[in-house]
Design a protein around this ligand. Sequence first.
Ligand code: SF4
Length: 433
Amino acid sequence: MSHKKILLNFERNGTSHTLESYLKRGGYQTIAEKIPALSPAEVLEEVKKSAIRGRGGAGFPAGIKWSFLPKDNDKPVYLICNGDEGEPGTFKDRVILEENPHMLIEGMILASYAIRAKHAYIYIRGEYGFALERVKAAVKEAYETGYLGKPLKGTDFVCEITVHKGAGAYVVGDETGLMNSIEGKKGQTRNKPPFPAIEGLYKCPTIINNVETLASVPWIIANGGDAYHKIGTEKSSGTKLLSVSGHVRKPGVYEVELGYSFMDFLNNEAGGIIDGKKLKAVIPGGSSTPVLKPEDIKDMTIDYESITAAGSSLGSGAVIVIAEGTCMVKLLEILTHFYQHESCGQCTPCREGTGWLHRIVRRIEEGNGKMEDLDLLTSITKHIAFHTICPLGDAACGPVDSFVKKFRKEFEEHIKQGGCPYSGKFVRFQEKV
Ligand code: SF4
């Protein structure tokens, strides 16, 4: 199936990041042609009509989020673009940051105008050095040509953007941890309420959106919210970037229309499973989303509702494909170690519980587990999930509960045999394609 391309509508020839290339493919036309005719409220209305849902993972409608800003506010308003793409398996925003940064900047100008933001920030994870260079260069070009730092045509609105480099913490992917980081504090999350729309960056009203969400805004304003809503499904409108990794023949980043068959995507775009192996499992939305078995996904489509109905979540759109022969206990050990390592330590259930989860899974993998450990794991997750300040605690529990539930026999085999039936290895198949 050929999919409409909104975000990857360019040839990946090494020049797509430049202003010259972006202008040639119609970039910044909304600033020149639409903004003079649209009020901030009208821009907001188009984004609401599009029904675009936040592409960072939570899936909350962006236009509704923007309308949470207080109406009688005399403080400055801030916009933040969350480019702290740290969920294991997720690398789709990196493509926009590196190859289409001007589309993001245009989207941020439109969003800033709609919410009357005094200043906007692009926060990029510390590990994305090349993306940081590309975005900084694009912001410089936008300032030099007057899209930033000067009143937008036909208005008195000036958009200012600062690029901020992160320092390598998963927890900063949470909104308030990211704001603390920009403020120069430890990147730890804040208790909510107050929510960022009321009291965010520097205690001022703040809107924070994902890279993919903001980069979609120019198309929405150029073509209208209704046109965007017609793409995809009624409740999951538009296109979605998917980053595909694991045991597929063609890993990479793809843009698909929401509502597309998952199995068609796997077999066509992603090229199917390598080495002619059978599919064993799929993590559909980043490492924190519950794992699914082949029978769960045979009729699943790529959209928020269908993946939820299958028992998982679209999350960040990071599809991790697992072939037969992979040890699920070893894989879970790797994931639990990640969450233990990234816990910021503020709340006891997450600080202590993520370590317990990892140590128990490790001892099962090493052949020292007991049958009671399986119920102990799910009992611990019940005391972590929804008992913490930020979603990292919940994120750590999704894989544990689903791996134990769906692959319980494999855990039991480890315990009965006193070791890993897969020789203690996480299988990394390699195939030249
Ligand atoms: S849930 Fe974990 S990462 Fe989040 S604030 Fe609590 S301790 Fe920190």
